[in-house]
Design a binder for this molecule. Structure first.
Ligand code: G1P
Length: 352
């Protein structure tokens, strides 16, 4: 079985983080989102993967692949971002006559993708789609079911036919390409994978919906990245290798040999990257710190700090933060009466 990961989108809901970096390379729990996706596919026995990239995202996505050398990855450029259906069609020649799955690389499944793939291989329908019950399905593809068969599928409906959202895993036979080829764009101007599946249903093909067991997370918005980080850190294995001096480390904490913790308190789950320096600081649960970052005289909790960031001399605790590569958060010696800010477009700073 081959897999396609569409990863050419602009990630607009994650701005300003995605102004400078493509969404798939943003880290959660110590690894880029797309690396988690590739590991999930490898775990399901899928080694051959095509990642659909844009001309702008190709290079940065390519750089993350060294973290998963076991995956045999082909990068395919989608020159124009015309929707998920179009992204999938771009990989038609690569897929050939094989059954395949499409894994939206920004989705995380607690129990991976094997249950859907096994179901597809067992029952040989035209498609198996992962479904999940959500309180507000209007932001998703929504399915109507009869037994296990999907009878109707609509993309982001104003009036949803059910509360069953399409989660980011689809298994297909190559017939879906015949439907996609020549299909008109939707009202929002995109070639929707949802419309192609509806096309399969209208051809009388069997499209099965399979519910997700355990948690599922679509990391489309900033709060989702923090949630995904928390969910993944829940299952890290403690590993204390780096130098820890005059410090207290409790719970599940990963400190690689190249990291250093001095006069600090760390309450896990916390994951530190290579070369991280923590001094006179407090790190609270669900915090991951990227390689080369420094946290000194500061308190950070439930946050994702990317690589080479510096957080120093703060009088208040940072909580629920996403801190970008080489970003700096610095306090003065006294409580400031003024704030001196250099903010990129659409940044958000909450001064409590
Ligand atoms: C896409 C699909 C949608 C699906 C969702 C899952 O939407 O079009 O059907 O429910 O992924 O994450 P997007 O997140 O690209 O808006």
């Amino acid at each position: 079985m081959k897999a396609i990961i569409p990863a050419a989108g602009l990630g607009t809901r994650l701005r300003p983080l995605t102004y400078t970096r493509p969404k798939p390379v943003l880290p959660v729990a110590g690894a880029p989102i797309i690396v988690h996706a590739l590991r999930t596919l490898l775990h399901a026995g899928i080694h051959e993967v095509a990642i659909i990239v844009s001309d702008a995202t190709r290079e940065e996505i390519a750089q993350t692949l060294e973290l998963v050398p076991e995956a045999r990855v082909t990068l395919i450029n989608q020159h124009e971002q015309l929707g998920l259906g179009h992204a999938v069609l771009t990989a038609r020649a690569w897929v050939g006559q094989n059954p395949f799955c499409v894994y939206l690389g920004d989705n995380l499944f607690e129990h991976g993708v094997s249950p859907f793939i096994e179901r597809f291989q067992q029952d040989s329908p035209a498609a198996v789609i992962a479904l999940v019950e959500v309180p507000d399905p209007t932001a998703f593809g929504v399915a109507q079911l009869e037994g296990e068969r999907i009878t109707r599928l609509v993309e982001k409906p104003k009036v949803p036919p059910s509360n069953l959202a399409v989660a980011g895993l689809y298994c297909f036979t190559p017939e879906v390409f015949d439907v996609l080829d020549g299909m008109p764009p939707s009202a929002r101007g995109e070639y929707e994978i949802t419309d192609a599946i509806q096309g399969l249903i209208e051809r009388g093909r069997t499209v099965l919906g399979q519910r997700v067991c355990g948690w599922w997370k679509d990391t489309g918005r900033p709060a989702d990245l923090l949630d995904a980080n928390r969910l993944l850190l829940e299952r890290i294995t403690p590993d204390l290798q780096g130098e820890v001096a005059d410090s207290q480390v409790t719970g599940r904490v990963v400190i690689p040999a190249s990291a250093r913790v001095t006069r600090s308190k760390i309450v896990g789950p916390v994951l530190l990257g290579e070369g991280v320096v923590i001094e006179d600081a407090y790190l609270g649960p669900f915090t991951s710190v990227g390689p080369g970052s420094v946290i000194r005289q500061a308190e950070v909790e439930h946050s994702v700090v990317d690589a080479e960031a510096r957080i120093e001399c703060l009088h208040t605790r940072l909580q629920d933060c996403l801190i970008g590569v080489r970003a700096q958060v610095r306090g003065g010696r006294t409580v400031p009466r003024t704030h001196k800010l250099i903010l990129s477009d659409a940044s958000t700073i909450e001064l409590a």
